[in-house]
Design a protein around this ligand. Structure first.
Ligand code: FAD
Ligand code: DLZ
Length: 506
């Protein structure tokens, strides 16, 4: 047998710092990239995600060939079933002493890969994914012995470890966290810059045609495909964010405007998660913008907290607690997903906007995912597994390591409090405060019951009432629970009865 290796590169590992590529020798080693049915259909992925991944894979394959590598590439039209089959076929052409692969981002694929050595007849070596800033061992060591895991304490350690936004050993400005400055509601205070389209090149256009042909029923309006598909293109998108919207990112991070699906957000999760951008470089660049006085400390800290804090933290939680984590369901929520999750046909304006852009573009910003769609699913008691599968399917940046803790843990509080200290449940008043959807909505956020009442209102109290036993033991819910208990019994009855009517209609 030859001394060469075969390197399998997954569609979300398209990075020069992928450890399997970094250790490869173009003279002897071959690289496998494969568009396969199994990965393309384990959920009905948004077509934007498929075009991004397949086109980025094809561009990266060409960059690898330019570096002298032999690349074994399979396009989706070849009808190949699985990544294992892709390895098996490549081994026939390129006998190798081992297959090397950077560990995958989803437990289901990791479990499958652990069987591959026996099935393929050569060792399959899984390398630690070094593209993250905290390894699984780092996170396990940090979590060990703690009664409660909280992002804030993890984040402070990461700031120190990577020397980000520190003056000597202290946090810049004297505080670790400027979240309180990141919650402005939207009242058209400043213009939102127009984003520039990234026109599809010939490779992307071919992928668009193929995805339309092979996945006719998946969500995603590809006439609006506007994503970058190369490292350089993704970097240009990030440069654009630093130049035009970073300064307002912090202020309006939680805003819910009618005017724009993107507001001042960075739109980079899809590139980070498939390897076109690297997290540390982004944090360092944003710190440099702050040091050069081109953005406030609150904006820079708010952004760095998301990448260095939340993104690493959710990944740590996922690998620490899987596979049992995926089975958790704190409130035993099992109501079927309403059809409007797949067609956006609802009169609730905020929800209609968030759902339609999620389905059409594969993007919704954090507050839409958490406080509009997730909040509705929490209040209505929608089935946790179906909601998680929906999030995994519709977003262009969705992989289970990041989607599951955010959906099950943060949005649905289904993980028994591993991610959050209390449920992110809110009534229509919160949505009204954060934006201007309510002005265009047929429902009234000031009303609790009746045809005109905003459904979030009665559903909020229904959630509190039906889960009172569990919620009463949470000290952070004490005030709300007390308010509900003190309310007039007849009024309470009318509210929960109205919510029941709404739930029956779902
Ligand atoms: P910005 O608002 O500009 O934030 C900058 C970056 O910070 C993001 O690109 C992302 O990399 C990181 N970030 C921010 N918040 C989080 C977070 N909570 N967890 C992890 N990273 C974070 N993010 C995903 O990448 N994939 C998902 O599948 C995903 N599913 C989510 C599901 C729910 C229910 C919720 C509440 C959040 C989810 N998020 C997910 C987190 C967050 O909403 C997205 O990362 C963000 O909206 C992406 O848009 P952006 O790049 O414009 O982010
Ligand atoms: C998401 C995705 C899709 C749609 N298709 C492929 C594919 O055909 N080939 C591939 O290597 N990767 C794909 N991916 C990304 C994988 O699903 C991802 O690597 C795993 O879910 C682990 O994170």
């Amino acid at each position: 047998m030859s001394n060469s290796k075969l390197i399998l590169v997954l569609g979300d590992q398209l990075s020069w710092s992928n450890p399997a590529i970094a250790a490869a020798d173009p003279q002897t080693d071959g690289i496998i990239l494969a568009e396969v049915r199994e990965e393309a259909s384990y959920v009905p992925h948004n077509r934007h995600k498929m075009v991004l991944i397949f086109s980025a894979m094809r561009h990266f394959a060409q960059a690898l060939r330019d570096q002298g590598f032999t690349v074994y590439y399979t396009e989706i039209g070849a009808g190949l079933g699985s990544l294992e089959e892709a390895c098996s076929a490549a081994l026939k052409q390129h006998p190798a002493k081992s297959v090397e692969v950077c560990s995958p981002g989803e437990h289901r694929l990791l479990a499958a890969m652990l069987q591959w050595s026996d099935r393929l007849g050569v060792p399959v070596n899984l390398l630690e994914d070094t593209r993250f800033l905290a390894s699984n061992d780092d996170f396990t060591a940090w979590a060990a012995g703690r009664k409660q895991l909280r992002m804030e304490y993890f984040y402070r350690e990461m700031r120190k470890r990577y020397d980000l936004l520190l003056d000597d050993q202290d946090p810049c400005g004297g505080q670790w966290n400027y979240d309180a400055d990141n919650r402005k509601g939207w009242r058209n205070q400043v213009p939102i810059p127009e984003r520039e389209d990234v026109p599809p090149d010939a490779i992307t256009q071919k992928v668009i045609d193929e995805v339309l042909e092979y996945f006719p029923d998946n969500p995603g309006d590809l006439s609006q495909f506007r994503l970058a598909v190369t490292h350089e293109g993704a970097q240009e998108q990030f440069d654009w964010f630093c130049r035009y919207t970073l300064a307002d990112f912090g202020n309006y991070q939680d805003a819910l405007p009618e005017e724009s699906p993107w507001v001042f957000h960075s739109l980079i999760s899809m590139y980070l998660n498939c390897g076109l951008l690297e997290p540390l470089a982004l944090c360092q660049r944003v710190e440099a913008e702050y040091r050069a006085e081109r953005c406030s400390l609150a904006a820079a800290e708010g952004f760095i907290r998301q990448i260095l804090g939340w993104r690493e933290y959710v990944r740590g939680i996922y690998w620490l607690l899987m596979p049992e984590y995926a089975e958790r369901n704190t409130f035993d929520a099992r109501r079927p997903l309403p059809d409007f999750f797949w067609n956006a046909e609802t009169d609730m304006r905020c929800l209609q906007r968030a759902l339609s852009q999620s389905l059409d573009l594969g993007y919704a910003h954090h507050i839409q995912r958490l406080m509009v769609i997730g909040n509705f699913a929490l209040l209505a008691g929608l089935d946790v597994h179906s909601v998680c599968a929906w999030y995994l399917a519709v977003y262009v940046d969705a992989y289970e390591w990041v989607e599951l803790p955010n959906t099950s843990g943060m949005a649905l509080f289904a993980d028994e409090g591993a991610m959050a200290s209390k449920p992110y449940a809110a009534s229509g008043k919160y949505i009204q405060k954060q934006g201007n959807h309510c002005k265009q909505c047929r429902y009234n956020p000031a009303k609790m019951t009746g045809d005109e009442a905003c459904p979030y209102n009665s559903l909020y109290w229904h959630f509190i009432d039906r889960n009172a036993d569990l919620l009463s033991s949470n000290p952070r819910m004490g005030l709300i629970m007390g308010n509900w208990r003190k309310r007039d019994p007849e009024e309470k009855q009318a509210i929960t009865a109205w919510a029941d009517t709404l739930l029956e209609q779902l």
